[in-house]
Design a protein around this ligand. Sequence first.
Ligand code: KG4
Length: 341
Amino acid sequence: MEKDIYILAIESSCDETAAAVMKNGREECSNVIYSQIELHKLYGGVVPEIASRKHIEKINQVIKEALRQADKDLKDIDAIAVTYGPGLVGALLVGVAEAKAIAYATGKPLVGVHQIEGHIAANYIENKNLEPPFMCLVVSGGHTHLVKVLDYDEFEIIGRTRDDAAGEAFDKVARAIGLGYPGGPKIDALAKEGNKEAIEFPRAKVDGNEFDFSFSGLKSAVLNYLNQCEMKNIEINRADVAASFQYAVIDVLSKHAIQAVKDAGMTKLAIAGGVASNSSLRENVKAACNKEGIEFYHPSPIYCTDNAAMIGTAGYYNYCKGVRHGLDLNAVPNLKIGERL
Ligand code: KG4
């Protein structure tokens, strides 16, 4: 019988301090997340300096707790996986320095993981039968990518946003209608009370690549709508604005993703990243997939947000492929997907 592989994974790319222990890639032994959201809410968004300081304060406790919940000791761990980009440089550095220190002290291999590859790998945790190739729509606060997942370590980006990420648009529109941070979940909830066809917001067409996205025009259209209502003294129905805006985003995401799967001759579509927990996005993409005979995969919300379990899964596949990083591994805030440093 083959030996089980245990990965200790660390993630600190933005405002979650997270550690997990994963067995053989897909079996979660523990997944501990300390979220800093309450701290950053005060400022209406993530404050990088505060995020880094809080990571330093919390990271040892979070790792200890992940090992405790998994009932493992560092000596039982086969490798340390860590997110080294993309993300906030000061935040990433905390996880990377911690992982390097553990790797040095224990003599265990160090495996750097790309955060977006981690988000994609989140789909493997609960969908035990999911294997590449498949198409993945990655939608988070910082990224909107359509990615062909050709193998566990082989990716091709076929579409990306030209301006704002989908999550960023959610956050900005939420702020404009007074919902606060983080906006995505609040718009998701309020939209349920609104009419998605009440206001016709634009769906941007982008020249050059039919799979690219653009959300800044939509965001401006919402702001213009709000300003005009104010000037004309028309009462704003925030639920209708939330529902109509959300529908405009989802409509584009869903259509691009389905078309991409068909064009690539693939049969499976996965979604990943913070926005992938949006209930209407899930319903819409699921219905479209059913209609087209495409298998649809998505992680539970806990694996859509930044977490270390997904880093452990991606780290496991990298580890099996022989990826090893030296103690000179650095944080790379703008790391490109599929790029190995
Ligand atoms: O992946 P994530 O946790 O962090 C990174 O960007 O790495 O994504 C956070 C983003 C935020 O913009 C947040 O507003 C959005 O995901 N989000 C949502 C929902 N939950 C989180 N957007 C729409 N609907 C949601 N339910």
